[in-house]
Design a binder for this molecule. Structure first.
Ligand code: ATP
Ligand code: MG
Length: 251
């Protein structure tokens, strides 16, 4: 395996009496797309939120590029280069594309020598460069996010991740609410990230998406890792067996 950049070991997380993660080991190597699968409630989103800093695990250790990030704040984990994109995207509906790429880190310019205003033109130009690099076409970058489709918004979120030099991109069910052409676009973006050496963790219930882009599949079941399958060792049937736990019954 290539150099491991994310290493989560023995991660435990509970919500009151409910144990959501029971000693989860999970790694990501440079430039690979790892699909994270599992039935509803298996613990996928909880694991992602422990990695992105939304939750603080009660046990275990998470390192990124060799640095401990366990329990760090979401903003410091973003600064370290881990960008998490959720279906309910954390974008600003009423701002345009450029402003969303710069959200929270707006570029300012001075007018009349002392009044600082946001430099919308600069932000749109920079946004347009990243979008081009990713081969994403949005008719007008002056469009406010409310007027964009789900896939276009997803693309803006990905563009933002790239612009700020994400070193790992996590997507929690990015294609769930999208039409077919937009799903294709998001999958193409996942590949484009990998081709630029940026690893992706993709959570998806859509088997065809997983089979199309994953270099490795990790299946979770009831808070544990049930299977960790490199390319060549998984197909739809094998994955479904691990997801429902049929392998354990016959073993
Ligand atoms: N904030 C929370 N408070 C209490 N329980 C939670 C919380 N978040 C998750 N859980 C519980 O933890 C378990 C794992 O949930 P999680 O959201 O990680 O599942 P998932 O694998 O992402 O499922 P899905 O495919 O449905 O998104 C579930 O039993 C869930 O009910
Ligand atoms: Mg989830």
């Amino acid at each position: 395996m290539a150099e491991i950049i994310l290493n989560a070991q023995s991660v435990h997380k509970h919500f009151g009496g409910l144990v959501a993660l029971k000693g989860v080991d999970f790694q990501v190597a440079r430039g690979e797309v790892v699909a994270l699968l599992g039935d509803n409630g298996a613990g996928k989103s909880t694991l992602i939120k422990c990695i992105s800093g939304v939750y603080r695990p009660e046990g275990g250790q998470i390192t990124f590029n060799g640095h401990e990030i366990t329990g760090h704040s979401p903003s410091s984990i973003r600064d370290a280069g881990i960008e998490t994109i959720y279906q309910d995207l954390a974008l600003a509906e009423n701002l345009d594309v450029g402003a969303n790429v710069f959200l929270g880190k707006e570029k300012k310019r001075k007018v009349l020598g002392f009044i600082r205003v946001t430099d919308d033109e600069y932000m749109r130009q920079e946004a347009s460069k990243v979008l081009d690099r990713l081969d994403i076409h949005i008719p007008s970058l002056k469009q406010r996010l409310v007027n964009l489709s789900g896939g276009q918004r997803q693309a803006v979120a990905i563009a933002r991740a790239i612009y700020w030099n994400a070193k790992l991109v996590i997507m929690d069910e990015p294609t769930a609410a999208l039409g077919v052409p937009e799903q294709r676009k998001v999958l193409a973006l996942v590949r484009s990230l990998r081709d630029q050496g940026i690893p992706v963790i993709l959570i998806s219930h859509t088997m065809t998406d997983v089979l199309e882009v994953a270099d490795r599949c990790v299946v979770m079941r009831r808070g544990r890792v049930a299977a960790n399958l490199p390319q060549g060792q998984f197909d739809a049937e094998i994955l479904v067996k691990h997801i429902v736990g049929a392998g354990e019954l016959s073993a």
